[in-house]
Design a protein around this ligand. Structure first.
Ligand code: ADP
Ligand code: MG
Length: 244
């Protein structure tokens, strides 16, 4: 059970900007085990999104190696990365990134088209994940007919549809009010309990408190990496509502 799903060894990522080189990541090494729930924090520009892009196989490092489920993915070609991405990783973004012309159901089914699943399977599976995120009454709605929280639920359903083992969420509550943020964190907790590995970027300490481990980046390096001794789950807020 305590399998290592992610191992980064001396990862750097440099960007050439004109004549300058921006050192976004300067040597990151860490391991993440199956079913960990990690919050990734750090000031703006510290390298969080660059690291998430690498973890999600959207980008490759300048140097160092990335082992994902025991396979070195740091030097793969784009088409090989895309295949791994489709199978292993679910992405959730601050801005939801839904396609505006598609319904909730169509947005959720889209990654299954990329994965080559047959249509009946797609519809059945998409309906199932929309049920998991409690949106069965909104499947025919388009994004502009949904609230922010509902849009993020659609995006989370989409992230889950291909049954990935890892969920990468970059500021998933960044565009949501505090009540809706707690609801979305409750959903992420459920996904974690179902067995997924979660890596979540946030700059809010209260959001990070849902995670079991907090990694802080500073200037392209890991500044601290600690178990969260101060976990505050969804239940805390439920009790608060009941008490109040
Ligand atoms: P964070 O998400 O923590 O705010 P980023 O990973 O987005 O930080 O950025 C880290 C540094 O790398 C910043 O200085 C940023 O400007 C730079 N950077 C990130 N992506 C690129 C890119 N594609 N091209 C050039 N510079 C980049
Ligand atoms: Mg960022």
């Amino acid at each position: 059970m305590n399998q290592e799903v992610i191992r980064l060894d001396g990862i750097t990522r440099f960007f050439k900007v004109g004549t300058e080189v921006v050192r976004a990541l300067r040597g990151v090494s860490l391991t993440i085990k199956r079913n960990e729930f990690v919050a990734l924090m750090g000031p703006s520009g510290s390298g969080k999104s660059t690291l998430m892009n690498l973890l999600g196989c959207l980008d490759t490092p300048t140097s160092g190696s990335y082992w994902l489920n025991g396979k070195d993915v740091s030097k793969l070609e784009d088409n090989e990365l895309a295949e791994i991405r489709n199978k292993e990783i679910g992405f959730v973004f601050q801005t939801f990134n839904l396609l505006p012309r598609l319904t909730a159901l169509e947005n959720v089914a889209l990654p299954m088209i990329y994965a080559g699943s047959p249509k009946p399977d797609r519809l059945e599976r998409a309906m199932q994940v929309l049920e998991d995120v409690k949106l069965t009454d909104r499947v025919k709605h388009k994004p502009n007919e949904l609230s922010g929280g509902q849009r993020q639920r659609v995006a989370i359903a989409r992230a889950l549809v291909n049954k990935p083992s890892i969920i990468l969420a970059d500021e998933p509550t960044g565009n949501l009010d505090s009540v809706t943020s707690v609801e979305i964190m409750g959903l992420i907790e459920d996904i974690h309990k179902a067995g997924n590995t979660i890596i979540l970027v946030t700059h809010e300490e209260d959001i990070a408190r849902h995670a079991h481990r907090i990694i802080r980046l500073s200037d392209g390096l890991v500044a601290s990496d600690e178990l969260n001794s101060n976990i505050r789950t969804m239940d805390f807020y439920k009790q608060k509502v009941t008490a109040g």
